[in-house]
Write a new protein. Sequence first.
Length: 94
Amino acid sequence: MVFFIVLMIIMIPLLMVFANKYWAPTHIVLISFATISLIVFESITATTVYEIISENLVFMTTVHVVFLNPLFLITGGYLGVFLLYLLFLRLAMK
């Protein structure tokens, strides 16, 4: 399973680079998704940190409750894949 996850972490950004090469609007769509993901990711993070500080419950279990939010995980995962896409795209241009 770990091998499959690592393989997908490499393959998905490469597929994004090839899609960008053959269909120009791909880059705009991917940047739009990344912008929306970043806004959602930061909002969830800020809200969780605010709740923890305002309730004065800074324990390891309360701090890590943010990892139980599926939207946080999805947007964070997309941002990681998008960063690799940008790095691969930069390599492909040289």
